[in-house]
Design a protein around this ligand. Sequence first.
Ligand code: AMP
Length: 281
Amino acid sequence: MEIISSILKMKKLAAREEKSGKKIGFIPTMGYLHEGHLSLVDLLRDCSDLLILSIFVNPTQFAVGEDLEKYPRNPTRDIELCRERGVDLVFIPQVKDLYPEDSSTFVSEESASKHLCGQARPTHFRGVTTICAKLFNLCRPSIVALGQKDAQQIVVLKRMIRDMHFPIEVKVGPTIRESDGLAMSSRNEYLNSGQREDALLLNRALEAGKSLVVEKGITNVDRIKAELMSILRKGRFLRINYAEVVNCETMLVESEIQPERSMLVVAAWVDSVRLIDNIKL
Ligand code: AMP
């Protein structure tokens, strides 16, 4: 397995591989890898000739006062996990190379990124689309894997790929959870045991909302949202950001449940840790 941190080296290698007809699979991550990330490696392994995973804690997707400095990092362990899982190349670029001091260009999606997480974090998705555009240009993937856990990110990135004419297919992997249902996240590391109990309520609320739809046939959006809220409110440390029923293609809120396209989405802070989760119906 190759490890590259020079963007010039990465660019040259990817261009060469692309030219020789190799299909490049790519997984962008911020590292501190867990099974959620590694499941995306499994998703792409058989359909890529060169499988690249990037590790980069992207400063532009964090706002001032968020957890950029304390975001967990362990590149040595990440590299080992990539090696065991069959990644071909780990790309670990540096901030100064991806964002030179006078860099002044951003890529911004202007619709799907504006509500839900985009309201609580107004500059977040602009950071995500900008870094992904840079990484796509350097790594030249024809296929990219994203996790269902970040549902709005999928919609925003698919739009960016379409609108900017990147020749990239997106594969989405399911949300990987701990045995108690908590969606895996590098940020779970921050939670103490009381906070973790509260964090479990996100998944519990989503499952309860889904069972109202699937088992009781309820399609009234307000009734479903009331169910989500009542469970989330049980958390001692939990502060609800949103609990919504949205269209999974657009992330726009639904006025009526459409089982084949509606999705329940929640976001909450457990103390200062912001958690998100979702479930398809
Ligand atoms: P991150 O390192 O948090 O930026 O995530 C990198 C990629 O891994 C994104 O496509 C995420 O959606 C995906 N991912 C993160 N957590 C999970 C999870 N629990 N299950 C599936 N995919 C995940």
